[in-house]
Design a protein around this ligand. Structure first.
Ligand code: SF4
Length: 237
């Protein structure tokens, strides 16, 4: 892994704050390809970025963390995305099957200890996905949650020692959906059924009109993040 200079990235972060998403994606791919990948859970922001990177640099790397708990609608979207875009999709999974995890810890671990479940099914595969990378691109937006309010467009991810690029940091949900419509980007049909944020099936519920966008994630569990984007990461969300 390339050692990334903190001061240099902070300087770029300030300079790039006023740049458009496509300019940032273009710069990032020029600068770091092939040691850069888009982290994609196939949410609305992620499919926007798939569309952008496939147009800017066909064949770019995209990775997803398959927890074995995806909705069928998410699998259907992945199929449509693969058919439409020339991307190099990498799928990372946990070393443990769901059966092995439940045998070792507890049945329905996502209910009894969602942090441990996320650690096994998301964080562990993420470490494999980030191995060898210098930079990663995410679909984080500042208004998704208070924990994401300080997201920079380019920042140093001190947890993983990588450059983290968040081209949509200042986008609103309206901008995301306008881009999807204008560019005819495939999206998860669950978004049309009051699921603004889609993760694993056991931990994702639809929200009521006016509710916070991420209310449907880990509802009633006092948990708002899976640990991929920790709020206690200095300089991060
Ligand atoms: S979101 Fe839920 S099911 Fe998915 S890894 Fe985390 S706790 Fe497990």
């Amino acid at each position: 892994m390339t050692v990334v200079a903190k001061e240099e990235i902070e300087g770029i972060g300030v300079e790039f704050e006023s740049k458009k998403a496509q300019e940032i994606v273009n710069w990032a791919l020029e600068e770091y390809d092939p040691n850069i990948a888009l982290s994609c859970s196939f949410g609305a922001e992620d499919v926007v970025l798939v569309d952008m990177i496939a147009k800017i640099r066909p064949g770019s790397r995209v990775f997803t963390l398959d927890t074995d708990f995806f909705f069928p609608e998410t699998h259907d979207l992945i199929k449509r995305i693969k058919e439409k875009y020339p991307i190099a999709l990498e799928v990372y999974t946990s070393d443990m099957t769901i059966e092995e995890m439940e045998k070792k810890y507890a049945k329905e671990l996502y209910s009894t200890d969602p942090d441990l479940c996320c650690q096994i099914r998301k964080l562990q595969p993420l470490q494999k996905a980030l191995s060898g990378l210098t930079a990663w691109i995410t679909g984080l937006r500042r208004d998704q949650a208070p924990t994401r309010a300080n997201t920079k467009k380019v920042e140093l991810d001190s947890k993983f020692g990588l450059v983290k690029i968040n081209p949509l940091a200042d986008w609103s949900p309206d901008q995301v959906w306008a881009y999807i419509r204008e560019n005819k980007v495939p999206y998860n049909v669950l978004h049309d059924q009051n699921y603004p944020s889609i993760g694993c099936a056991p931990c994702t519920k639809p929200v009521k009109p006016g509710e916070d966008l991420r209310t449907g994630r880990w509802a009633g569990k006092g948990k708002t993040e899976c640990g991929l984007h920790p709020a206690d990461n200095p300089g991060k969300k």
